[in-house]
Design a binder for this molecule. Structure first.
Ligand SMILES: Nc1ncnc2c1ncn2[C@@H]1O[C@H](COP(=O)(O)OP(=O)(O)OP(=O)(O)O)[C@@H](O)[C@H]1O
Ligand SMILES: [Mg+2]
Length: 698
């Protein structure tokens, strides 16, 4: 596509990417309001939480609630941001900074947001926006056990186009590390509560790095400096300035910047209750407030003064800040720039900004920008949604998860410990069970306990999944990889530890308890334990996607597992469960493994579990002298027309199975069902991810 004449064309052949391609993000008359919720609106929290949860996007009004009072979060906000400049949105807490950022980043659904957001005069569609922009969350969600360099390398593998060679990707990461000022700590792990890692400020920069590795043209950051000391905050802002100067439009929200930070910022936008109270350069603040009649004292930080003044005005009369809003709109017209150069620069920019978006992106890419998932300049419109094919995504995700878990062996050791201790206790309590009616009862108890242990142990993984989910959400918000890749990689990486756990449990209990059947029976026992772990971890993974908090997750897991156990057929036999509950019996995850191990143990029809007078155990006859019992036995024999002695077998394995009503499904089928449950839960997990991560406000 030809570049229009009125644009300054920069010489590409000179090699050095010098003058950035002009990008102007303009927003006109942005308004966004939500209907206030009536009481009792539902279970989900009504305010969008800062954390990235599935509930993030749910303050939607009920459609039939037409005359519900509305609250205006953004009210006719206009302005623009240019490449090479750092635009900071400021204002008191609740003034609508994050909301404006969401609006600009396309995180508010189109139907609810009024006004226009355009890049170089063209509206941004979802796919293009995702490809060329990045939104940096306030939380640093990173894998704790990866080093800074590894974290950025993995991000590069997800975000950079496949066409880029490995060396180029590495070079990009090294350049990024340099740009972020992280060269000294590149090989330090990120760390968490229990592992020492990089400092908070460094972590914030890594977090920004993972989002900008693909060199976005539009960069949005929600409070990138909050929680940092002034020196770290300054460094972060300096990094952002460098990014802006490399040809990106950078927009961030910031709370109370120090005077030094204020000097680095190029443009400010002050909000009060969703309205613009000041839009201009930092140096314009002084003349603005003196003309308003409230001059900033010389020794004060202008930003702090402005925020305080706005806050005071807000609190004054019913709407004290309205005066300032009014004043600001009239003040903006003459556009009094104190710096002469700024005017000149503005003129130049005006000329540049007529470059159409597609040309500008292509130009930018040819100048060395990596963005847009493609190196070919004409492909801006046919941008691929994802940088890599699915197989690469799965492989990289697996590699990352594996690296992270390998460095945290204590997690596996803890689970192994839990399972071994449980196994050990079970083994000692149920030591070498004999073939008597009591032995049968004890076996039932052992199986019920053993099979539900698998599921309880899986609940350990809940916090891990909940934490990971946040990382996942952040990454998929900008299409770093497909959701299905994440589910597949997650399942594959989760599997090997389960094999170790199952083997440990089977070895500790099978022989000690004296279960029957030898090698093949042991193999089946191991398989069913493994299948239970597989189903259990799938169940917990699924729940972690549904429940918003870890504590709630535990409560739900424990409650549901208790129901599963109740309906498994151990406490009440299948044939005694009321008809209206029988569906739950078949949904019980514990039923299948329990039934499978029962059949595995008692399937030998010739094995005897009660001989002669043992049949009276548990009845009043058991208390009578042996001779009496013998004569009762003889009498029974006579009645039945058979000869019954002390050695006659009265209860075989098959009888036990029939008595317990565990024969409706064979043991191999039970194994299959358990495995299938594991797959089903992972599939449901995928569906929940698919439905839940729209990540937009309505
Ligand atoms: N769904 C909603 N329903 C009602 N009010 C909402 C909703 N979402 C946000 N708000 C309100 O909108 C206002 C702006 O919120 P926003 O998160 O943009 O503030 P902020 O300026 O980023 O504040 P902070 O500095 O504390 O992050 C707040 O008063 C908030 O309570
Ligand atoms: Mg905010």
């Amino acid at each position: 596509m030809p570049i229009p004449d009125d644009c300054v064309v920069v010489d590409i052949d000179s090699g050095e990417p010098t003058t950035p391609v002009p990008f102007v993000l303009s927003f006109t008359d942005l308004s966004y309001s939500v209907r206030r919720r009536r009481r009792g609106g539902g279970l989900l929290p009504s305010r969008p939480s800062k954390r990235l949860a599935f509930t993030d996007a749910l303050p939607s009004p009920a459609p039939d609630d037409d005359n519900a009072p509305t609250k205006s979060l953004l009210d006719g906000i206009s302005g623009e941001a240019r490449d090479g400049e750092l635009l900071a949105v400021m204002g008191a807490s609740g003034s609508g900074k994050s909301t404006l950022l969401d609006a600009l980043a396309g995180r508010i659904s189109r139907g609810s947001l009024r006004g226009r957001v355009e890049l170089n005069g063209e509206p941004l569609n979802g796919r293009r926006r995702r490809a060329i922009s990045a939104y940096v969350m306030q939380d640093d969600l990173l894998y704790p056990m990866l080093t800074v360099r590894e974290t950025l390398r993995f991000a590069a593998e997800f975000r950079l186009p496949r066409a880029l060679s490995r060396d180029k990707k590495r070079a990009r990461v090294e350049a990024l590390i340099e740009q972020l000022g992280l060269a000294r700590d590149a090989d330090t792990i990120i760390g968490d509560e229990s592992h020492r890692g990089v400092s908070g400020g460094e972590r914030r920069r890594v977090s920004i790095g993972t989002d900008i590795v693909h060199d976005p043209i539009l960069l949005f950051l929600d409070e990138p400096t909050s929680g940092l000391d002034s020196a770290s905050a300054l460094m972060v802002v300096q990094v952002l300035r460098r990014i802006a100067q490399s040809g990106s439009v950078v927009i961030m929200t910031i709370h109370q910047p120090s005077a030094r930070i204020l000097n680095i910022l190029d443009r400010l936008l002050f909000l009060s209750r969703g309205r613009t109270v000041y839009a201009g350069t930092p140096s314009g603040l002084k003349p603005f407030f003196s003309e308003f009649g409230d001059p900033i004292p010389d020794n004060e930080n202008p930003a702090e003064f402005a925020l305080d003044t706005i806050r005071e005005l807000e609190h004054q009369q019913p709407d004290g800040a309205a005066m300032l809003v009014q004043f600001s709109s009239s003040w903006r017209q003459p556009q009094k720039n104190t710096l002469g150069e700024l005017l000149a620069a503005d003129k130049k920019n005006e000329k540049l900004c007529t470059m159409p978006l597609e040309v500008a992106i292509a130009e930018s890419v040819s100048r060395g920008k990596l963005v847009a998932g493609t190196a070919s300049s004409s492909a801006a419109a046919s941008m691929p949604t994802y940088a890599n094919p699915m197989s690469v995504e799965v492989w990289v995700l697996m590699k990352r998860a594996f690296t992270n878990t390998r460095r945290m062996p204590e997690l596996l050791v803890m689970r192994l410990g839990t399972i071994m201790v449980t196994g050990f206790i079970l083994a000692t309590i149920f030591w070498r069970l004999d073939d008597t009616p009591k032995g049968v009862q004890e076996r039932l108890g052992f199986f019920a306990m053993a099979m539900s242990t698998m599921f309880y142990v899986c609940a350990d993984a809940l916090p891990v999944f909940v934490q990971e989910r946040h990382i996942y959400l952040r990454e998929t918000a900008h299409n770093a990889y497909r959701r299905v890749s994440y589910v597949v990689a997650n399942s594959v990486v989760a599997f090997p530890p389960l094999v170790i756990l199952s083997l440990a449990f089977a070895v500790t209990t099978f022989f000690a308890v004296g279960l029957a059947g030898g090698g093949s029976s042991f193999a089946f026992f191991f398989l069913i334990v493994l299948a239970s772990f597989w189903a259990g971890s799938g169940f917990v993974t699924f729940l972690s996607a549904v429940v918003p908090h870890v504590m709630l997750g535990y409560t739900v897991v424990v409650a549901i597992l208790a129901y599963f156990l109740l309906f498994s057929g151990f406490f009440i036999n299948r044939d005694r469960i009321p008809n209206y509950w029988i569906w739950f019996h078949y949904m019980s995850l514990v039923k299948y493994p329990y039934q499978a191990v029962m059949q595995n143990e008692f399937r030998d029809a010739t094995r005897c579990f009660a001989r002669g007078i043992q049949m009276f155990e548990g009845t009043p006859i058991a208390r009578l002298p042996e001779t009496v019992k013998m004569s009762v036995l003889n009498a029974i024999g006579n009645t039945l027309g058979t000869n019954m002695t002390a050695d006659t077998c009265v209860v075989t394995g098959a009888d036990v199975l029939a008595q317990q009503a565990v024969m409706d499904i064979g043991r191999w089928k039970c194994l299959l069902v358990t495995v299938a449950f594991g797959f089903l839960f992972r599939f449901l997990f995928y569906i929940v991810l698919l439905l839940g991560s729209k990540n937009k406000r309505r």
